[in-house]
Design a protein around this ligand. Structure first.
Ligand SMILES: Nc1ncnc2c1ncn2[C@@H]1O[C@H](COP(=O)(O)OP(=O)(O)O)[C@@H](O)[C@H]1O
Ligand SMILES: [Mg+2]
Length: 174
C-alpha cells in the first residue's frame, strides 16, 4: 500500500501583544521532548525571548527566562524529570565554526529541548529537522509568526501546537 507522509508543514499565527506571544510559547513548551530543536529568527525586539519565556514556563522550568545577550547558553531545570532546557542566544556568534569549536552541536543530541535565538549565525551546524519560527514586526505590538516544520517529529509537533493553541483559546473564551 502507498503510504504518504507529509514531512514539512507551515503554520501562520499573529500575536497582538506580548502576553499572546508568551501563551503561544507556553503551548509549545508543554509539548517539547528531549532533543527537540526550536529556531527563532527575527530582528531585535521581535519577541524571540518573550516566546522563550513562554516555552520555559510551559515546559515547567523552575526559573524564569532572562535575556541572555551576554550569556551564550542558559540552562533550565524542571521538577518533573532530569531534562535540561537549553536556551542559546547566538547574536554574538559569527560562524558555525565558532559554535562547533565550543561544542554547541553537542546540545542538539543532549538531555533536553534546545531553543536558539539568531539561528542563522550557526545554521550550518543545526540539524535539518527542526521547528523554525520566523518573527516579523508589524504595526505596534503586532507580530507575525511563521512556523515551519521540517521532519516527521516537527510535523507532529506543529500539528499538536495548533491543537493546543486552539484548545487554549476555546477554554479562555468560556
Ligand atoms: N506581540 C508581541 N510579542 C512579543 N513581544 C512584544 C509584542 N508586542 C510588543 N512586544 C515587546 O517587544 C519586545 C520583545 O523583546 P524580546 O522578546 O526581548 O525580543 P527579541 O528577543 O526578539 O530581541 C518586548 O519589549 C515586548 O514587550
Ligand atoms: Mg532575545
Amino acid at each position: 500500500m502507498l503510504k504518504v507522509q507529509c514531512v514539512s508543514a507551515r503554520f501562520e499565527i499573529v500575536s497582538y501583544n506580548v502576553k499572546q506571544t508568551e501563551t503561544i510559547g507556553s503551548c509549545l513548551g508543554s509539548l517539547l521532548e528531549a532533543g527537540d530543536i526550536i529556531c527563532l529568527e527575527g530582528n531585535l525586539g521581535a519577541g524571540k525571548t518573550a516566546l522563550t519565556r513562554g516555552i520555559a514556563a510551559g515546559w515547567g522550568a523552575r526559573e524564569p527566562v532572562t535575556s541572555p545577550t551576554f550569556t551564550l547558553v542558559h540552562e533550565h531545570q524542571r521538577d518533573a524529570d532530569t531534562q535540561t532546557l537549553f536556551h542559546i542566544d547566538c547574536y554574538r556568534l559569527h560562524s558555525a565554526a565558532d559554535a562547533w569549536h565550543i561544542g554547541l552541536d553537542d546540545l542538539f543530541y543532549g538531555e533536553g529541548p534546545v531553543v536558539i535565538e539568531w539561528p542563522r549565525h550557526i545554521e550550518d551546524i543545526i540539524p535539518a529537522e527542526r521547528l523554525w519560527i520566523t518573527f516579523t514586526i508589524e504595526d505596534g505590538t503586532q507580530r507575525h509568526l511563521t512556523i515551519n516544520a521540517a521532519g516527521q517529529r516537527y510535523n507532529t509537533l506543529l500539528h499538536d501546537l495548533q491543537q493546543t493553541a486552539l484548545d487554549r483559546r476555546h477554554n479562555t473564551q468560556k
